[in-house]
Design a protein around this ligand. Structure first.
Ligand code: LFR
Length: 493
């Protein structure tokens, strides 16, 4: 079989990468082309993303490929969810996009519910209520008479905005749009009732597309900048989590997944959205997946906790590698201090180390002091939170969950995978760590007619990537610790 090359741009909230995928002989091989940080820029009282810096990084990646004369068939972009760029009538970006961690949306859902009740918003969208969802970002901007929103002709979600910068064509891709809390998963259309409240019209979004459609080809400007020709840009599953879930190397359908990066997204794949009293009360989400599937899942604060602590340690000249942190966590005492990773105090604190200390003090637990103790506290607590959410999934899932697949950067952490396995009590398979990029590339391969469907994609992925399997150990000890976790579990700190 001839080798075919694809270029994936995979942008996370803390770092981004460009990756070359090579498909041939029934196998997929990946090569990281570039990796770069994605910074939250705090300025003038707000938190922004630097979309121009991200664009430049994409150009740099493409330039490298052009220099090496690699004939890429297409390009796909995936990013984190909910955030968007505003585009003026003249096609210009009106300002850098706000970052979803900007505290300006705190309290926004409650204000929105004075127009349309909470239950109705959930019933229409099936999306978990989180203050940073695009709907609440838009309502905040609308309420504050944001000049950029008032002047905006178009609203483009992050992957679509970058796709626009590369091709000059504006689309709204389904999976990323599903994170907005404006889309109805039954009709797969934006809901006018929800948009009216924020003064936005459906025509303000780009042409609606599903994963696999072509957005356009590189503009002449980008061709000149990179040295490439008119390469097509494919609309993949623009939401990183949707791309990651598409790459789960599952052999059958009875699995749950944990996409582990800055966030931990735990859920199942189902055909139709699950919107009922229980899903509402548990605040579970129904995001759009590939081939008409629904990602029924819950956001859990993931590696964000440790990423933030690492940054703080760095400022005091103590930089620890992940290996050092994992070794120190293993050596630290187990279950000494347990936190709820999703407590509001961890969303965007000035100091994560102090936020963890504050939670422990308020719940009468010893304060973790050393980097090993802090890392242990994070790993133990994440595993407990995973168990909590996994139990809800087991109750709601329309099938028996036989296995948990951990994908994403966090799947490289064998200690956390074993802890997670002990906590949830079912076998765990960890890998691929580059799930998002793999999903991105395989969707391009599908768009180019090289694989037929998601089942074939997953089969090919499972023969191409390395995975590590875990069996539950010491489950009684973990059950006991879970009671301690529940006793210290708080949602109001
Ligand atoms: C993960 C992710 C989550 C989304 C969060 C914010 O990278 O895309 O799925 O809820 O980021 O956009």
């Amino acid at each position: 079989m001839e080798h075919t090359y694809f270029f994936a741009v995979d942008l996370g909230a803390t770092s981004g990468r460009t990756i070359l995928g090579c498909l041939g002989d029934g196998k997929l091989e990946l090569k990281e082309v570039t990796r770069f940080p994605n910074h939250i820029i705090e300025a003038c009282g707000h938190c922004y993303w630097d979309i121009y810096a991200l664009y430049r990084e994409i150009i740099n990646g493409l330039k490298t490929i052009a220099k090496d004369n690699i004939p890429i068939r297409s390009i796909g972009i995936d990013t984190w969810g909910v955030d968007f760029a505003l585009i003026g009538k003249d096609g210009e970006l009106l300002r850098n996009p706000y970052c979803y961690r900007d505290p300006h949306t705190v309290g926004a859902p409650e204000e929105y519910f004075t127009h349309i009740p909470r239950e109705r918003v959930y019933d229409i969208t099936g999306i978990q209520i989180m203050n940073f969802n695009s709907l609440f970002q838009l309502s905040t901007l609308h309420r504050n008479h944001c000049t950029a929103l008032e002047a905006a002709d178009k609203i483009l979600f992050m992957p679509d905005a970058l796709g626009y910068m590369l091709t000059g064509k504006m689309v709204t891709e389904y999976t990323i749009a599903s994170t907005s809390q404006i889309l109805n998963p039954r009709t797969k259309r934006f809901e006018k009732e929800l948009l009216d409240v924020v003064g936005v019209r459906e025509e303000q979004f780009g042409r609606f597309v599903f994963p696999g459609e072509q957005i356009g080809v590189l503009t002449e400007e980008v061709q000149k900048l990179t040295g490439l020709g008119a390469v097509p840009v494919i609309s993949v599953a623009g939401h990183d989590t949707a791309s990651a879930v598409a790459a789960v190397p599952a052999q059958n359908e009875n699995f749950a997944y944990l996409s582990s990066g800055t966030w931990s997204l735990m859920g199942i794949e189902v055909k139709d959205a699950i919107i009922n009293k229980e899903s509402y009360e548990q605040n579970f989400t129904n995001e759009g997946g590939v081939e008409g599937t629904t990602r029924f899942l819950k956001n859990i604060c993931g590696m964000w906790l440790l990423e933030r602590c690492r940054k703080e340690w760095e400022t005091t000249n103590n930089s620890y590698s992940y290996t050092e942190l994992i070794d120190a966590a293993l050596a630290a005492p187990a279950f000494r201090s347990l936190i709820n990773p999703d407590a509001p105090c961890f969303q965007n604190p000035a100091s994560m180390i102090k936020a963890i200390a504050g939670y422990c003090k308020q719940t009468g637990q010893p304060v973790p002091e050393t980097y090993g103790e802090i890392t242990r506290c994070i790993f133990d607590s994440l595993s407990m939170r995973y168990k909590q959410i996994f139990s809800v999934l087991q109750k709601i899932a329309p099938f028996p969950i036989e296995k948990l697949h951990i994908i994403g950067g966090g799947s490289r952490n064998n200690l956390l995978s074993q802890f997670t396995c002990n906590a949830v009590g079912v076998p765990v398979m960890a890998g691929p760590s580059e799930g998002t990029a793999i999903g991105n590339i395989m969707l391009q391969a599908k768009a180019n007619g090289l694989v037929n469907d998601i089942a074939a994609m997953r089969r090919l992925i499972s023969t191409s990537v390395e995975t590590v399997s875990f069996e539950p150990q010491n489950t009684t000890q973990w059950e006991e610790a879970y009671h301690k976790y529940l006793a210290c579990y708080r949602e109001d700190i």
